[in-house]
Design a protein around this ligand. Sequence first.
Ligand SMILES: Cc1cc2nc3c(=O)[nH]c(=O)nc-3n(C[C@H](O)[C@H](O)[C@H](O)COP(=O)(O)O)c2cc1C
Length: 428
Amino acid sequence: MPQSEISGQSYHEATKHSYLSVQLDPNYVDASTQPSAFKVYPKFYRRLQLNSNNPTHAFISLSSAITFEKVYKDGPYKLRVNPSAGALYPTEVYVQMRGVEGFINGIYHLEVENNCLTLIYELIDDGLESYIIPGKCINGFIFLTSCVYYRSSWKYQNRSARYCFLDSGHHLGAIAASAYLHEKNTQLIFDFDKLSLNADLGFENKEFITGCVISGEAQAKKVRRLRLKVPFVCGTDYFEPNQFIEDVYQATSLQPSRQQQLKHPQFNFEQDKFLEAVWNRRSIRRFQKQSISQESYWRILQAIQQPIATENFEEIEIYAVVHRVEGISPGLYQGTNLIKAGKFSEKTGYLCINQAIAKDSAVTLFFVSAYTNYQTALQIAGFIGQRVYLFSNYWGIHCSGIGAYYDDETQEFLGTNKAVLYAMTIGI
Ligand SMILES: Cc1cc2nc3c(=O)[nH]c(=O)nc-3n(C[C@H](O)[C@H](O)[C@H](O)COP(=O)(O)O)c2cc1C
């Protein structure tokens, strides 16, 4: 069977963790061999330093900013507004700007390490629209997220396919959060001609486009495909191919996602406090096993379930294992419905490969889906995951994503045959 006809489901099955698989392959790597986590175009490209006093600069910069730095023996750690499995940061961001004051119409790479934009392509009568929304021209911004997959497959091998797409969803969530703070409209797009775009942006087999955020005014107008190819620049200092990841990507890029009507979320966060949450967002490493209030819990749960502004959608169902929420009986819930009463903190700790955060949290969440498009579903899960981080941090509650769990045993515990795409913990 051609690779493109194998469904996302079989790729998901092929990367399941079990008690045995984790014993046999615990993913140890020599940290000194980690590929570089920052892409830098050659120095002859024109660059623009981003300045936080300029609102357009701040909007772009906050989508990917470095927010915490620490030096360890293996080198500096640079943590960002977006979380990433293993802090490996496979995702990159490109932004096309057309008719934006102070900018040449063009496609820019966001150089996160140096907080600058690199102009990699100047527009004439061409642009990204023709690959994404043919027949339209966007005055404003078109963000693209991509994955330099080797940064993640270096450690997580085939399972990194999941992490690349989850990380990408988180990054889209970080772009949406910055847009919210800068009062910009957004629409996410997952179904478009990613494969032609990869070829024209010169990504070879080493980087691939995952998602798109449009922020601007659409006008009916034909825009040509890029008249020139962007030269290849490697996003890592060295590279080892992984055929499995390339196949998952290829297959899931050709399959349409489910469709829904476009609906926008309505949030009314305090701007300053929300900016603080974006800027200070971190993954908790250890919980104090304290309870959270029922009010905070419902607020988070309701806010994360607000509409996602996209027509390409995959339904994500959320199971919540409540351990420590004042006034709520411990147990397994689907939304507000209690499915199984009981204290399951030891169980969720075990299911998440004996990670204490899944045991000591107030609530451990599991995201499941009966998706059509696997790539879109994981990105939506990551997008919701970014909301979980930001909204819990906004209301003073800690959070962490969890990508490592025993798949079949988790499914069995939840009593679902839908795929478990992601887990998250919240608490104090
Ligand atoms: C998809 C994904 C999976 C993750 N899985 C785990 C996990 O299994 N265990 C854990 O402790 N942290 C996990 N994390 C959190 C990352 O380790 C964390 O985001 C990274 O170290 C950067 O730190 P920061 O989130 O504080 O910026 C995950 C994060 C993401 C986005």
